[in-house]
Design a protein around this ligand. Structure first.
Ligand SMILES: *Cc1c(COP(=O)(O)O)cnc(C)c1O
Length: 232
């Protein structure tokens, strides 16, 4: 996992996949998802030229950002998981892009703790309740309200529907259309398994974990559940 030549080869392979899907690796940003791995993962990724890292859990993000404080080039941390309001404060000075803003109370807390922060609105395009995100119909109002709160809304984010990659296509198409309607240029969609479909449908940012670092150890369901309970 932290062997630089192996990792460099995997990065190259992802760039080839993006190209094969008709994308330009120079304009599809690669976010390396390091959740479930120690700080050795982003450290190794920095060594092969990756600078953007996605984390799902606040504590993990904080711990890794501390472990890599002072690293060159400085890593950019992306919050990509379900986020509770009470975790915003500890992340405010750390997060480069809040990708999973799916409700106004969370956005208002980010605006309060990190005024003017860059955010994406997460949209649930799969109709799967266990996935985060606002319903597509609510996205325009949420984008407007977040802007009113002074946040820099850059785009939209979605997690593709579970199943074979093709299953995710209609949802990615919904995200694309919604972003176009709202004049938003960032479309964060596509993960290890479905990045080709996402790129074909206009992704500008793919979030890749497994294809870079290998399979993660499963989190225990109890802890998972406890961290995902929302207070809003
Ligand atoms: C875990 C995760 C990813 C990366 O998934 P892989 O299948 O390991 O590439 C991307 N986005 C989100 C929101 C995730 O939770």
């Amino acid at each position: 996992m932290s062997d630089p030549p192996v990792l460099a080869g995997r990065v190259e392979r992802i760039r080839e996949r993006i190209t094969a899907a008709g994308g330009d690796p120079a304009s599809v940003q690669l976010i390396a998802v390091t959740k479930g791995f120690t700080a050795a993962a982003p450290a190794a990724a920095l060594a092969v030229g990756l600078v953007d890292f996605g984390e799902n859990y606040a504590q993990e993000l904080e711990a890794k950002s501390q472990a890599l404080a002072g690293a060159q080039p400085p890593p950019r941390w992306h919050a990509i998981g379900r986020l509770q309001r009470n975790k915003v404060r500890s992340l405010a000075g750390v997060v480069h892009l809040w990708q999973s803003v799916d409700r106004l109370p969370l956005g208002l807390e980010i605006a309060r703790r990190a005024p003017g922060a860059a955010v994406l609105v997460q949209v649930n395009v799969s109709d799967e309740p266990q996935k985060g995100g606002c319903v597509p119909a609510d996205a325009p109002d949420l984008v407007r309200s977040l802007r009113d709160a002074g946040l820099d809304v850059r785009g939209l984010m979605a997690v593709g529907a579970s199943g074979p990659p093709e299953v995710a296509r209609p949802g990615f198409r919904v995200l694309r259309r919604l972003a176009d309607d709202l004049d938003l240029t960032v479309r964060s969609m596509g993960m290890s398994a479905d990045l080709e479909v996402a790129v074909e449908e206009g992704s500008t940012m793919v979030r890749v974990g497994t294809a870079l670092f290998g399979v993660r150890a499963a989190r225990t369901s109890v802890r998972d559940y406890a961290e995902r309970v929302q207070e809003d």
